[in-house]
Design a protein around this ligand. Structure first.
Ligand code: ATP
Length: 742
């Protein structure tokens, strides 16, 4: 800690300066008149994350109890921030004399002290892959039905084709199996949907509803299924005899069976629900299927979906003798998917808009002489995705260059764990400076984390949420939405539609929203947790800057995680640093103050530190004064640790659980200390299900900020893996996300 001119300058960095690390981002601290504090050390020699404040016993009780009215804790004055009570060691954020449900007024967060060094990151020169979004060709120049052209022009409002449409539509009309790879948000849905509808409307004898599916479109999530179905409904408008339909988990199976019996000609489905119908719905036949489209193909062939996709393809092959056209589509087709395509597709054409590989045939796969069953052929393609046994991921194995939208501004911020929550709030509040509002997606690592932050932000005065009936709550302010795989189907769809239609708002979500969703007017993507692969990164940021528009993306990195930038640079992704100071300075804007404090409008914070510290205190009080909130925070913290332990092995040198400081990470969940049962909750049991001896846990420190956890104690045993696999299968049948992060 430096002190200048009587005031104290608090840095984000600790006192000790390791080799190769440079102090960066000092936060100016002119106004806080505090005495230099001596950090308390806990028994492990780490800083005790809490310091204590005398007094301030006045008035917080009533407001704290009344959580529905938002945060309402007093600001700290100079005296309060400077004073320090006797250190009382706390467990799970509870002070010794405090019961859950009581406000906790006597603790000051030491947010800006004893954080790890913020390393200086040297950005490497990257030559980005470029894609021209629009072609110079009009839809009217294609050999399409005149009604199709007028429908696209008048009802959809498009006359000029995108590059991927210009290349894919003629190829698909020609009847060839095709792989389509093009940036996110470049119109790939129409690139496959237009040729399917064009050919269907021309079939003789004319298509009848009772004939059942001619085209099958598989997508990985329910929201994407809805979206693709809605596009098809618009596209078939002039051809009323063609019936599109959608099947997805969470919907009533009985009504779906009824619709299948009546007949669906273009069937959009998620894999799990379709397998369910294949097994239980007699009326579902594939005898006339001519087109099979795998949208987000790399995701569909990933762990979890691959088995269902195999079942579906085998069912189609058994029932249908027709010549079929198969199309694989994604912004990130990995080498694994291409190898798979080479053995399962007939003379496939690969359309890669970035590489201009129009009509380039794929090289032969070394094992293409393998068995003819689809299931056997699918297996080798797993090289590019996660495997259950090893937990290995695709990063690094399938070195494939991705391209991102040209008008997307990509940034990262190095944020010490303790400052994550206030930095996120600063972004959320700061993103809403423009009077016209802004739409933002915040990606988090688990359903529990989404729920925790959703509850937490609701307590901010400047937030409004959706009511049961789908209308906004009375409170004026920035609408808050959430989306994850553990929500009820009704709520998922309600949130998805409400956010799509909203003029402004923040959607807190898991990777369930990462693929394919075309949510209008999204300007900001915040990745609060690092994605599991560069491909996931590309899809997440691809929810903005679509079809040539502008957008911004920000990736949160802890100081120990900065090497992740190299993973992105290897994929030719250019990303710049956004100084943390700049982000936190948003806390001083009137918008942020209104957002956070509401009723304290006009009562200005005097420095970034004061604003951040008060905010963190409010959050901690919110968490600790209510048992349900404390439980929710602990659950979210556990799920965060679990997700962290499941990063693919190729990323473990960067994202290793040992590198986490659990106490600091806990602070980002409003907890003042990591829950004491962390090991029990994260799989500290052996194969027989009995608890491991405490002393069997390896505790080896690499730094002051080391979690002290050994990954082997976090990684599940064989039995746990088998149980988890069973559970995943069950969840998948209900169409929930298979990966713990999702
Ligand atoms: N020719 C076009 N002109 C203008 N807008 C278009 C055109 N074709 C499609 N769009 C619009 O572009 C947006 C993105 O389309 P779409 O969702 O199909 O992209 P995508 O390439 O599939 O994205 P992702 O890879 O994220 O799934 C949609 O809003 C769509 O209506």
């Amino acid at each position: 800690m430096d002190s200048t001119g009587g005031g104290i300058v608090l840095n984000l960095v600790s006192n000790v300066e390791p080799v190769n690390k440079v102090k960066k981002h000092p936060i100016p601290q002119e106004t806080l008149k505090k005495k230099k504090k001596t950090p308390q050390r806990n028994t492990e020699g780490r800083e005790d994350n809490i310091s204590h404040q005398k007094g301030n016993n006045n008035s917080n009780h009533d407001d704290a109890k009344n959580e529905s009215s938002g945060f309402s804790f007093n600001f700290l004055d100079d005296k309060q921030t400077g004073s320090r009570g006797k250190g009382v060691k706390q467990k799970d954020g509870e002070s010794k004399n405090k019961q859950p449900g009581q406000p906790n007024n006597n603790i000051i967060s030491s947010l800006f002290r004893h954080n790890p060094e913020i390393p200086q990151v040297k950005i490497q020169k990257v030559t980005e892959n470029k894609e021209a979004i629009f072609s110079s060709t009009q839809f009217s120049e294609l050999p399409l039905h005149s009604f199709m052209i007028s429908n696209i022009e008048k009802n959809l409002g498009f006359s000029q084709m995108t590059t991927v449409q210009q290349r894919a539509i003629p190829t698909l009309l020609h009847g060839q199996d095709t792989l389509i790879k093009s940036q996110t948000g470049t119109g790939k849905t129409l690139a496959y949907a237009v040729p399917v509808v064009q050919q269907l409307q021309g079939l003789q004898p004319k298509v009848q509803r009772l004939h059942g599916p001619y085209a099958l479109i598989l997508v990985p999530t329910r929201e994407l299924a809805c979206q693709s179905f809605e596009t098809l409904v618009k596209l078939v408008k002039p051809f009323h005899w063609i019936v599109p339909g959608v099947l997805m988990g969470g919907e009533k199976k009985k009504s779906e069976k009824g619709r299948i019996r009546k007949g669906i000609n273009i069937l959009v489905s998620t894999p799990g629900r379709l397998v369910d119908h294949i097994n239980t719905t007699e009326a579902l036949t594939f005898s006339r299927v001519r087109w099979v489209i795998l949208d987000e193909a790399d995701r569909l062939l990933d762990l979890g979906f691959e088995k269902d996709v195999t079942t579906i393809l085998n069912a189609i092959n058994e029932q249908c003798q027709n010549q079929k056209q198969t199309v694989l589509v994604s912004a990130t087709l990995s080498e694994g998917v291409k190898r798979l395509a080479n053995i399962t597709l007939k003379d496939p054409v690969f359309i890669d808009v970035a590489k201009h590989q129009l009509d380039k045939a794929l090289p032969p796969a070394p094992w293409s002489a393998s068995s003819s069953s689809t299931e056997e052929k699918l297996r080798p393609a797993k090289t590019g995705s996660q495997t259950e046994e090893t937990g290995e991921g695709e990063t690094g194995e399938d070195a494939e260059m991705f391209s991102v939208p040209e008008r997307l501004k990509q940034q990262f911020a190095i944020v010490p764990s303790k400052l994550r929550l206030v930095a996120l709030t600063a972004l959320v509040a700061g993103g809403f400076k423009s009077p016209s509002g802004c739409k933002m997606l915040v990606f988090l690592s688990s359903c529990e984390s989404v729920d925790f932050h959703y509850t937490l932000f609701q307590a901010c005065k400047g937030c409004s949420i959706l009511k049961e009936d789908g209308t906004a709550s009375k409170r004026e302010g920035m609408p808050l939405f959430r989306l994850h795989g553990s929500m009820s189907q009704a709520e998922r769809i309600k949130m998805y539609h409400a956010f799509s239609e909203a003029r402004k708002g923040v959607l807190l979500c898991t990777d369930v929203a990462a693929r394919g969703l075309d949510l209008p007017k999204v300007k900001w993507i915040v990745q609060y947790n690092i994605p599991g692969s560069a491909a996931d990164y590309v899809h997440r940021v691809g929810r903005t800057a679509r079809i040539g528009k502008e957008g911004q993306a920000l990736l949160f990195l802890a100081p120990s995680e900065v090497e992740y930038i190299r993973i992105l640079e290897e994929q030719q992704i250019r990303i710049k640093e956004q100084p943390l100071d700049d982000i936190l300075s948003s806390l001083m804007t009137s918008e942020a103050q209104d957002f956070i404090h509401g009723q304290f409008k006009g009562q200005r914070q005097r420095s970034v530190e004061e604003a951040a510290t008060n905010l963190q205190l409010r959050y901690e009080n919110h968490v600790l004064t209510n048992t349900a909130h404390t439980q929710q925070a602990r659950k979210a913290f556990h799920s965060f640790i679990r997700a962290y332990a499941t990063y693919p092995s190729s990323l473990k040198h960067i994202l290793h659980i040992k590198k986490l400081h659990l106490g600091h990470a806990a602070k980002s969940f409003g907890l003042r200390e990591a829950p004491s049962n962390i090991h029990d909750r994260i799989g500290n049991t052996n194969a027989r299900g009995t608890k491991r001896k405490q002393n069997s846990m390896k505790v080896s420190s690499v730094s002051e900020f080391d979690s002290g956890l050994d990954e082997s104690t976090l990684m599940p045993s064989k039995k746990q893996k088998a149980d988890a696999k069973k559970k995943r299968r069950k969840l998948m049948l209900q169409e929930k996300r298979p990966h713990p992060q999702k």
